[in-house]
Write a protein that binds this ligand. Structure first.
Ligand SMILES: CC(C)(COP(=O)(O)OP(=O)(O)OC[C@H]1O[C@@H](n2cnc3c(N)ncnc32)[C@H](O)[C@@H]1OP(=O)(O)O)[C@@H](O)C(=O)NCCC(=O)NCCS
Length: 150
């Protein structure tokens, strides 16, 4: 198993992985357009040439970044891959000088284990909501906001 940054040839596999979980209602769907535009945000877990995990660090504002698009193949769940991806993204965030990491998720139980705390959504800076108008759920967001101070 290796962890590495995403490159263009990975987009189709990332698209499949993320949207399989989105079809199950566990995360928001991602278009290929968004995946191409945010490719540099992504860290992948790869095993025998197959992408089995993905997660993205998205810079939002001064010292503020989001963990998003986190997905692990169902057949590889609970093996520490999600945790490793979040830890790698967190290290990247620290190197960049990020002081606050947040995520919007349905998996508060998972993020709790990684040191994130639930926060009322209204407490997140307004800049966070800029991209929400593109979300199929807008304006009825039912995700849980979670935050971690670095
Ligand atoms: C959520 C997800 C990324 C977790 O990845 P994973 O590789 O299975 O998680 P890990 O094995 O790294 O788990 C880390 C810790 O969280 C716990 N955990 C993982 N999934 C959990 C769940 N569904 N409920 C409760 N705890 C969970 C693990 O038991 C582990 O705890 P431990 O260290 O005390 O043993 C993965 O299940 C997934 O892709 N889900 C569908 C998409 C999704 O919900 N994405 C979240 C962002 S919206």
């Amino acid at each position: 198993m290796i962890y590495r940054k995403a490159v263009f040839k990975d987009v189709e596999e990332i698209h499949k992985l993320v949207n399989a979980h989105a079809d199950d209602g566990m995360m928001l769907p991602r278009s290929r357009n968004v995946l191409y535009e945010t490719l540099r945000d992504m860290v992948l877990a790869e095993e025998d040439g197959r992408i089995i995990g993905v997660g993205a660090l998205h810079l939002v504002w001064d010292e503020l970044a989001e963990i998003r698009a986190l997905a692990v193949s169902s057949d590889k769940a609970r093996q520490g891959i999600g945790r490793s991806i979040v830890e790698k993204l967190t290290n990247e965030a620290r190197e960049l000088g990020v002081k606050t990491l947040f995520t919007l998720t349905y998996r508060d139980d998972f993020f709790c284990k990684l040191g994130f705390n639930v926060l009322p959504k209204e407490k997140l800076p307004h800049k966070v909501w800029k991209e929400c108008i593109n979300c199929p759920k807008f304006p009825n967001c039912d995700e849980i906001a979670m935050i971690k101070d670095l």
